[in-house]
Design a protein around this ligand. Structure first.
Ligand code: IDC
Length: 474
């Protein structure tokens, strides 16, 4: 009988160490669920080399998948209307968002009616150049990019349907085959007469233009009532539109249980959803942040593995801007973040911005190994403590596992018991069946990685524990 070798190595993350992986939303999943592998290059230590090719994305049922059919949950940031804040459409800002703010996708919101809109007073040439700059900056920094036809006061997308067809024809021709580019057909349809059939018929017309150039690109379509009538779309999905999802928006201080219930209903209807805009202010984009409602929303999106994009990459003096007024778009830094920017950074990366500032140069790292026994197979288990932070008086600690089968036989139905110095509960886990009892955590083969092949190393299993103080493996 083989015996198990368990080698646990702790690596305390430097608070600002880019090599520490973080509990990005893309990794989070409820216990027993499988989260996606991170589709974007995650090594942020080598600026300039991270534009590794992005996987094409496709929707399957409710889920977004990569080209290996692994679930993908994107998190990112939306520009504040490229029409009025063009200076934030640049590679330095996008790189900061990628490296410091956990971003994997940038949404380029191009207003169609107000703020020098594309269909009103804006220069179409300049706006198309800006879109191109944004697409290049996003892809150069290894991020997906959403081209958003940002209707708002023009609540009925049919109002500028001809221009929308021309625009999407042009951009889909330009970016055909670029797996980073996602098309969002209409920001937030609204108005009493703007029912789902109205939006649907607009979408069908515009989708035809895109599909003539690009059969595979991911397309997002809005739903009535400012992207909150997803259950209407859920009853009457677009047919033969190919790779597409439906957008839902929320502002957590205004939209609460009712809207969360609608999202759950649409999920049960099997509607593939993508949150292309959200905030935790009031729907006006201003007012107090409702962190509690925001957290409840994020938990729901994590549970259903729904991608999310935050509003807005802006330094306008309003609560939904992630930057403080006067931020230099060519060199944004952590000290430029508003309360909202800091909240997002914490949710997207697990990093507390104040701690980062305080702990610069004071953190250390340590590594230790231990041998533990369990099971009758030969797996090497390496456990890395990759992050820790405080919230609501509790300590959260993220552990990432590497399981390596050194034997020449596949290992099936494995189970590992890990002992910790304190009682813990599981806050999040991914890619394995993970449970806690007292100070012990059991990690078992879940739906994925049931079998670990001879010589195979599995690196995407992990979990976050919650405890009433600092916790380490015994
Ligand atoms: C808001 C901006 C605000 C601006 C207003 C009109 O935050 O500064 O004055 O647009 O241009 C949306 C829209 C988005 C809104 C945002 C906040 O998609 O354009 O931005 N919001 O009101 N839907 C719900 C909220």
């Amino acid at each position: 009988m083989n015996h198990l070798r368990l080698i646990a190595s702790f690596l305390l993350a430097l608070a600002l160490c880019a090599c520490a992986s973080s509990p990005s939303a893309s990794q989070k999943a409820d216990d027993g669920h499988t989260a996606q592998s991170d589709p974007v290059e995650t090594d942020t230590r080598k600026p300039g080399t991270e534009s590794a090719s992005l996987s094409p994305l496709h929707a399957d049922g409710t889920q977004l998948l990569d080209d290996q059919n692994q679930p993908v949950v994107l998190q990112g940031y939306g520009t504040f209307g490229i029409n009025s804040k063009p200076e934030f459409v640049n590679e330095n800002t996008f790189r900061f968002l990628k490296e410091e703010m956990g971003s994997q996708v940038i949404r380029l919101a191009m207003y169609t009616a107000e703020s020098n809109g594309y269909c009103t007073s804006g220069s179409q040439d300049e706006l198309e150049t800006l879109i191109d700059k944004g697409v290049q900056a996003a892809t150069a920094t290894g991020q997906y990019v959403i081209i958003d036809w940002h209707i708002l006061s023009d609540g009925n997308p049919a109002q500028y349907q001809g221009q929308a067809k021309d625009f999407f024809g042009t951009v889909s021709r330009k970016y055909t085959g670029n797996p980073a580019v996602i098309y969002e057909l209409c920001n937030e349809p609204n108005g009493r007469d703007v029912t789902w059939p109205v939006v649907k018929s607009y979408a069908e017309a515009v989708i035809q233009e895109i599909r003539a150039n690009d059969k595979n690109a991911l397309i997002l379509v809005g739903t009535p009532q400012w992207d909150q009538a997803e259950t209407e779309a859920g009853k009457d999905l677009l047919k033969d539109a190919g790779n597409m999802m439906y957008t839902v928006h929320f502002y957590a201080a205004t939209h609460k249980d009712q809207q969360r219930q609608d999202l759950s209903t649409a999920y049960e209807q099997k509607l593939p959803m993508f949150v292309s805009e959200f905030g935790i202010t009031e729907a006006s984009g201003n007012g107090a942040l409702d962190e509690q409602s925001g957290r409840t929303w994020i938990d729901l999106l994590d549970q259903d593995k729904i991608s999310r994009v935050a509003w807005a990459i802006s330094d306008k003096d309003e609560a939904s801007s992630i930057f403080k007024p006067g931020t230099d778009p060519d060199s944004p830094s952590l000290s430029d973040l508003t309360e909202w920017g800091q909240w997002l950074r914490k949710v997207y990366t697990g990093k507390d911005t104040d701690d980062d500032k305080d702990s610069q140069g004071t953190s250390g790292s340590s590594e230790e190994t231990a041998e533990l026994k369990s099971g009758d197979n030969e797996l090497e288990v390496s456990l890395k403590q990759s992050n820790t932070w405080q919230s609501d008086g509790m300590t959260f600690t993220q552990f990432d596992l590497t399981l390596t089968n050194h034997s020449d036989q596949p290992v099936t139905g494995w189970s590992e018991a890990l002992q910790f110095t304190k009682d813990v509960t599981i806050n999040q886990s991914w890619n394995g069946e993970i449970s806690a009892s007292g100070s012990s955590v059991t990690v078992k083969a879940g739906q994925y990685h049931t079998t670990i092949q001879a010589g195979e190393s599995v690196t995407d299993i992990g979990f976050i524990v919650k405890s009433d103080g600092v916790v380490e493996q015994k």
